[in-house]
Ligand binder design. Structure first.
Ligand code: GTP
Ligand code: SPV
Ligand code: MN
Length: 599
């Protein structure tokens, strides 16, 4: 399929290590993928769903101890430990290759090795990048087909270039003790072993498009970010694009596919989806920041998705979708917690056991996922594959915070925005293995995804800002404040549009704000809550006193965070940009003065 010597050499080298019975090159043609699907059905790797109700849809169960990304077992393997920084696990390349060579040795005996050439970004775009993933999993091949542009066109685009990511994946024995996700930024390589779960094995996604790409982006002068991209169209037909960074399972897919509340729809507002997870950002010749979604599909959280919370995701998953770790119903359709339909009787849970909805046990795994083609999404933007991307007016940083962080605020400027992103906290979710609900600082939602030293990364953000003559404005949002009864205060989901509207109006200089100790805050009356729908807790009506709670800056609580903010910044040592240290000093000074707060 190719004469590229470096590609052939890579495939041969891995072949002689893993010793598969056969090597199959994935062309991207439908016949070949259909044939692989048939094989996966025969082995039980995939289960065919009801083709009348869910055409082209299939079901998959992962191993029960292999359901999320394994951050503890994810490593950046660069030569100098210091270059991986304090937020990454590090292993020396020599040690990592030695250990992994041992694990990969003969791991594909009796299996087939699939060679998946793929492009992150539209074929032919100067900004796209090619990878080759070798895998022994048909599930991976079929997911990569949905998530990326696979096959011959990717190889043709590569030509005889050596600029491709070398991805090697094997399920091996799915042994959690030997599960490792190893990144070699200096070699453009990713080695992933003993897992079959999405984020660990779909190497184009977090491993390449964030961890390796962030490293490349640093060297090449652009940004690879954990961000959704959406367009807000106003009644005049003008579209403003927003890129938003939220940690895993904190609302990117939902926000990207949002449908505005009726009062806005009636006026002619619309939201267009460009991407739901990853953005590659470049400085344009016009001095603006331009965003491309390097993916071709959505790998979205299923639980909580329904026709009220996210109708566009529901529509996207009606065909050509792979469901992983959801409930399998008797009629061979699927269900999960928070689905429109009532809990089904006589169904199998995500582990494949017969499941009684009254047992109190969850039917779907909380990190159950759908893999769906982006082109099937009703809100997909007509220009979502535009090779030059879309111009970004606003960058939004979000976290999941039960307390303190207000609904929305805006930074003074780019540098202050980078500072806000650096100190943003979020509580962990089931998208990663480990305890959930633990607050941690997660700069730009990149804590588990930055492929190099986080201090250098923040410096790179400051440098990019200097190149932008018309930079996006930077905001922070939090949809997840909890009241005394443990309920979410803010209705969220489509109602988040009310906040996007304020953000867009700020970008167009159409609305005022007041200066709080943390940044610019909206005046209550500028967040329109007319006809707001309280969907999460139907017993409750959201009113202006709730809005006041969400828009109050409690300086005393922010003051309590001073030591932990200082400690966090200290971990970056001399790689912490001085500008951000200065921002912290200025912030603490404002806090001590109790300067301009509404409490
Ligand atoms: P990854 O795909 O893991 O990166 O997650 P994501 O950032 O795309 O998050 P997603 O949109 O899938 O939402 C994750 C969870 O948060 C789901 O259970 C949603 O129902 C819930 N969620 C999303 N948006 C909101 C919101 O505005 N309010 C509340 N309360 N929950 C939300
Ligand atoms: C996330 O965890 O942020 C995801 C899913 O989008 S995964 O691909 O597993 O990383
Ligand atoms: Mn998502």
């Amino acid at each position: 399929m190719t004469e590229n010597k470096m590609v052939l050499e890579f495939v041969n080298k891995m072949k002689s290590l893993a010793c598969p019975d056969e090597v199959v090159w994935i062309t991207g043609e439908k016949e070949q993928l259909d044939e692989l699907r048939v094989q996966a059905l025969a082995t039980g790797e995939l289960i065919e769903l009801n083709q009348d109700k869910l055409p082209g849809c299939y079901y998959h169960r992962s191993a029960i101890d292999d359901v999320a990304r394994v951050e503890e077992r994810t490593f950046i393997c660069c030569k100098n430990e210091a270059d991986a920084g304090p937020t990454n696990n590090w292993m020396s390349p020599n040690k990592a290759y030695e250990m992994a060579t041992d694990i990969f040795s003969n791991c594909m005996n009796g299996r087939t090795m699939y060679v998946i050439p793929f492009s992150m970004g539209p074929i032919g775009s100067p900004f796209s990048k090619v990878g080759i993933e070798l895998t022994d999993s048909i599930y991976v091949v079929l997911n990569m087909d949905i998530m990326t542009r696979i096959g011959k066109p990717a190889l043709d685009m590569l030509g005889d270039s050596n600029d491709f990511v070398r991805g090697m994946h094997s399920k091996c024995e799915l042994d959690p003790e030997k599960r490792y996700i190893l990144h070699f930024p200096e070699d453009n390589a990713i080695w992933s072993m003993n897992s079959g779960y999405g984020g660990n094995v779909l190497l184009g996604k977090k491993c390449f498009a964030l961890r390796l790409a962030s490293y490349q982006a640093k060297n090449e002068g652009w940004l690879a970010e954990h961000m959704l991209i959406l367009g807000v169209e106003n009644p005049k037909g003008e579209i403003s694009y927003i890129a938003a960074a939220f940690p895993s399972a904190c609302g990117k897919t939902n926000l990207a596919m949002l449908i505005p509340p009726e009062i806005y729809r009636k006026k002619g507002y619309k939201v267009w989806t460009v991407g739901d997870d990853i953005a590659w950002l470049r400085v344009g010749e016009d001095g603006r920041l331009w965003a491309v979604n390097p993916e071709k599909g959505f790998f979205g959280v299923a639980p909580g998705t329904n026709s009220k919370s996210n109708p566009n995701a529901m529509a996207s998953t009606k065909r050509d979708t792979i469901f992983t770790n959801v409930v399998l119903k008797k009629d061979m359709t699927v269900w999960w917690e928070g689905h429109d339909d009532p809990p089904p009787k006589g169904a199998l849970n995500w582990k494949g056991e017969s499941w009684n909805p009254e047992s109190g046990e969850k039917g779907a795994h909380p990190n159950a996922r759908f893999t769906a083609p982006a082109k099937g999404c009703p809100s997909i933007a007509s220009n979502w594959e535009d090779p030059k991307g879309v111009p970004v007016s606003a960058i939004v940083i979000g976290g999941r915070r039960a307390k303190m962080a207000p609904l929305v605020y805006q930074s003074w400027d780019w540098q202050h925005g980078v500072f806000i992103a650096m100190i943003t906290h979020s509580e962990t979710t089931s998208a990663q293995v480990g305890a959930t609900g633990v607050a941690r600082r997660d700069p730009f939602a990149m804590l588990p995804f930055c492929g190099y030293h986080m201090g250098d990364y923040l410096r790179h953000w400051l440098d990019i800002g200097k190149k932008l003559t018309d930079p996006p404005k930077i905001f922070n949002v939090n949809w997840f404040r909890i009241d005394g009864d443990g309920n979410y205060i803010w209705p969220g989901f489509s109602e988040n549009f009310r906040v996007l509207d304020w953000i867009v109006r700020r970008c167009k200089d159409e609305v005022d704000a007041w200066e709080s100790v943390i940044g610019y805050m909206p005046h209550y009356e500028d967040i329109d809550i007319t006809d707001i729908d309280y969907y999460i807790n139907p017993g409750k009506r959201f009113n202006v006193s709730d809005l006041r709670v969400l828009l109050t800056v409690e300086s005393a609580i922010w003051r309590e965070g001073i030591p932990s903010r200082q400690d966090f910044l200290m971990t970056f040592g001399n790689r912490l940009p001085k500008e951000l240290k200065d921002e912290l000093t200025a912030f603490e000074h404002r806090l001590r003065l109790g300067y301009q707060t509404n409490l």
